[in-house]
Design a protein around this ligand. Sequence first.
Ligand SMILES: N[C@@H](CCC(=O)N[C@@H](CS)C(=O)NCC(=O)O)C(=O)O
Length: 237
Amino acid sequence: MEEERAMTRILYDLAGADPARRFSPFCWRSKMALAHKGIAVETVPWRFVEKEKIAFSGKDKVPVLVDGEHVVADSWAIADYLESSYPDLPPLFAGPGERGLAKFVAAWTDSILHPAVFCIVALDIVDHLDPGDRAYFRESREARIKATLETWSADREGHIAALRQALMPLRLTLKGQDYLGGSAPGYADYIVFGAFQWARCISPAVLLAPDDPVFAWRRRLLDAFDGLGGRALGYDG
Ligand SMILES: N[C@@H](CCC(=O)N[C@@H](CS)C(=O)NCC(=O)O)C(=O)O
């Protein structure tokens, strides 16, 4: 670990059994934000039970960014850190107003979108986890949802229909503009995109219909930054 930290810039990034399978929605926010700014980073695969590996950050969750002397945990804190430390690189927020609105987007994503995606992909996550992570993931998530993952994720088709319904505000917005911030992508887009990357990297479920404006928006973001998202190990759904 000391060796890893001695290197310039590192992002601890949740991985499955295959270290190339990087499925954390929060880590995707940070990876897209770093790419948006054109900041190179080495990502280090991290598993749920490897708490001691990131204990130096004071947190038990990823993403954790180590940038030279600076250690920043939490995706929102990382976005703020990047904005304030690299003000000359392309901004993640067009201004303080857009940053404020992005807080709403994060709250909507965390409270509505993530639960809607989780009930579709929960069992696929278990299937792709490192064996050492499986019991921890199941116990911690079942305690949180107060149900078994199997009960929670029964009726996948019904959950996909409910997700598509929940996406209506996003769909209506993206009917009239290419990105949430207008004509160019910004941090609000990466927040929402992280949820779709979570699903795409871990589950063969098809979340979006090809004629949905959300589908075209996701395609644009999959192709951004030389296909950073699109090239990631995952499925085509
Ligand atoms: N608010 C945090 C949430 C980060 C988070 O929940 N990360 C998950 C991976 S997607 C995690 O590390 N979980 C560890 C655990 O559940 O023990 C952020 O925005 O970075």
